[in-house]
Design a binder for this molecule. Structure first.
Ligand code: PLP
Length: 401
């Protein structure tokens, strides 16, 4: 396995893509890049089953469907995340219930989850936000006590660790995204990991139109079956959520280079942490406890300066030559879609009581943080550029110290 630290997209991505095109999407060996990707990804995470997807939202939608989550069921999610986490719940016709987050790690707070559990709760989707795991032990204890399923949304976290275990192997299944901003990318794409054979079988069926012949480790029906006029194809309803072969080819090469791709983001985050250390009393980085390895999808701080706003800081950074700075997303329940209930008809599955909760004040910690978080990109392949940007940030913060 070659580890290339000089660029994000390496030589093998190109070679594998050419192979897909040269063989006109027909593999002579019968092995597809989809299966090669799934096997390589599962192996790197010491996991048993990996099922690839068209993106890292279809992954979670399918997992919920495969778990039997549907109308009337509640799924607990954090609001401080990309809205896809909640979209997956809505796509399954279930009800999102928002739990607050920890003020220092920005991750979903187990105490808030406990307070939101009702007899209708069926699942929890945790999010490893910005590359750091939530505190999973108390969450899994709660899940066991109440008979709930846990899906880890690790779109932003590859090779993060929690108490010596890889993030992605902590819940009942986990979801990853290969969208273009993520640690590993094929432009778009996603993958699910699980140790549970029955869940893996069901997830594959949802991913692949409910075909009879597909399963946990079988991504395609045989030609012989397809050609048979009596072949009963669809044992359940399903979606066509398969990851295209071209994307699988790129994602396989990325998976083979995963350690270098993650290490670079960690190195860049460390450069930013060191450069800004003297200001951490008011420009406070995301707290990574000693039992965690943060994979730093981005490097994030909360601006707690008493008089310098997010916009003032951002503008000064840009004037000084900075770039690659982002805000946190609006909290999902404060997006117009919840105020206007423009949920493509899913609103009819949500009780009036649940709907009445979707307003300011529901998650005070997340509401405080969302206005203050500043994310800086860690996706630098020219490390000199990372040093330059960190120095520009240091100079900018010094203007307000
Ligand atoms: C936390 C989180 N969950 C889910 C997603 C959705 O992934 P995708 O864009 O692959 O659907 C993203 C980002 O895109 C994300 O950041």
């Amino acid at each position: 396995m070659t580890q290339d630290l000089t660029r994000r997209i390496g030589a093998n991505e190109l070679i594998y893509v050419q192979e897909v095109l040269r063989t006109e999407f027909r593999s002579s060996s019968g092995s597809t890049f989809m299966r090669r990707l799934e096997e390589a990804f599962a192996k790197r995470f010491n996991s048993t089953y990996a099922i690839s997807f068209v993106n890292g939202t279809a992954t979670m939608h399918s997992a919920l469907e495969a778990m039997g989550v549907g109308p009337g069921d509640e799924v607990i999610v954090p609001p401080l995340t990309m809205s896809a986490t909640t979209f997956a719940v809505l796509q399954a016709n279930a009800t999102p219930v928002f739990a607050d987050v920890d003020p220092e790690t920005f991750q979903i707070d187990p105490a808030s989850i406990a307070a939101r559990i009702t007899p209708r709760t069926k699942a929890i989707i945790t999010v490893a936000l910005y590359g750091l795991s939530p505190d999973m032990d108390p969450i899994m204890t709660l899940a066991e006590k109440h008979g709930l399923k846990v899906i880890e949304d690790n779109a932003e976290c590859f090779l993060g660790q929690y108490k010596g275990r890889l993030v992605g192997t902590l819940g009942h299944c986990s979801s990853f995204s290969f969208q273009s901003s993520k640690h590993l990318t094929s432009g778009e794409g996603g993958i699910v990991l699980t140790e549970d054979l029955e869940l893996a079988e069901n997830i594959r069926k949802v991913q692949s139109l409910g075909y009879a012949g597909v399963g946990a480790t079988k991504a395609k029906i045989t030609k012989k079956d397809i050609q048979d006029p009596d072949y009963p194809r669809h044992v359940t309803m399903g979606w066509n959520y398969r990851m295209p072969e071209l994307c699988c080819a790129v994602a396989l090469a990325q998976t083979e280079n995963i350690d270098a791709l993650i290490q670079r983001r960690i190195d860049v985050a460390n450069i930013f942490t060191e450069a800004t250390r003297e200001f951490h009393d008011w420009f406070v980085p995301q707290k990574t406890g000693p039992e965690y390895v943060n994979s730093f999808w981005t490097w994030v701080c909360r601006n707690e300066h008493p008089s310098v706003s997010w916009h003032k800081l951002r503008d000064a950074f840009l004037v000084n030559g900075g770039h690659g700075v982002y805000a946190a997303w609006k909290l999902t329940y404060l997006e117009p879609m919840f105020e206007k209930l423009t949920l493509l008809g899913r609103e009819r599955f949500i009780s009036a009581e649940n709907i009445s909760q979707y307003k300011a004040g529901l998650c005070p910690v997340a509401e405080h943080l969302q206005k203050r978080l500043m994310q800086f990109k860690t996706n630098y392949w020219d490390i000199a550029q990372a040093h330059k940007q960190a120095e520009i940030l240091r100079k900018t913060l010094n203007q307000f110290a």
